[in-house]
Design a protein. Sequence first.
Length: 403
Amino acid sequence: MKTSGLLLVAAFAPMLAGAQNPVIQGILDEVRIDSMMLWVNEVSGEMPVMINGQEHTLLSRHKNNEGNNLAQAWLMQKLVQLGYAPVEQPFNSTGRNILVTKPGNGSTEQIVIICAHYDAMPAGIVNAPAADDDGSGVSAVLEAARVLRDVDFVHPIVFALWDEEEQGKVGSAFYAGAMASNDALIKAVINMDAIAYDGNADAKARIHTRPIANSLAIADTVFSVHQQYGIGLDLILTNPGATYSDHASFWNEGYGAVLVIEEFTNDGNPYYHTPNDRVQYFDVPYFEKLAKLSIASTAALAIPVTDGMSVTDHAEPVAAMYAYPNPASDAAGLWIELPVAARARVSLHDALGRELLLLHDADLPAGRSGFRVPMHALPAGGYVARAFFGGKESSALRLVKLP
């Protein structure tokens, strides 16, 4: 993979440079394609499901179909069976997100989200199985919840299933907006939307990212996981990524996110948004690989804990730093996310390392703090924003001034 990103975040360096983590390898070994195939057959109406003791067939999950309500009830029930206490998040008269939070080790509130949407197209007819779009992602989220349940992580993990994605990412936009309004900390979002169709069997898949928050670094982690654990796909980095799925709701609020998706651009599922989007057209080994990639990337970002210690143990708080727009011709916004309150020095440097501008030198609260960088006053070229805590550099971010 060519490095196209501008973001350098210290917290990601151990993942990118290190060898295989036995905890993550163990997670990969536990992923079962048979459970995912069972769940996608059930959620797409190929097999009946039991909901509160009654048998139902989920023929359609479109927002206006009763099957959407049944699917929501079935997913809540399934997550309870997996050992969780799911929360229903209503956002309008018909829409409800499904959320499960697995706590971290208590050292940070900065969450990692793995997600998919459970609603479906087409509208207006009885049959809308939506097996690939996005029953495949839903089943992978359930499998992530199953295999990660008993593993300890530094960061809390949120397993999220969005509703009304097909009407314009309504559910995820509500959630992301609420998180931003509360200055909530999100380390990364892994969004899966259609991960089971490979019509020409070339194993190509896309990772969509943009230079928003730490999205480029998240994509780097996904590629690193793919290489280190021999997942066996042919990944394509798409930057700037498309905005047609739920990851874009987080970009809109300044959070880092990526989309994991089949090669939708040049080998799109011909049954997309039709009554024939069915399990029979899956490439099952391909589906398994993309699910494993997403689950292992989530685990790497959440940082497994071994014998009471995280695999990346920092003596000082580590900040996530990001800027937007970047590159910029006028002023740019620079944000820092801190897991704990700390004294911070934030400065802008030229290519030779000389300090040009002191942005902050005082205490910062936990959470997000923003600064304005007057890029319009600088010559065109590259610059580096640096954040120091406890006298040591914690994060560095390359900024580019356009002519």
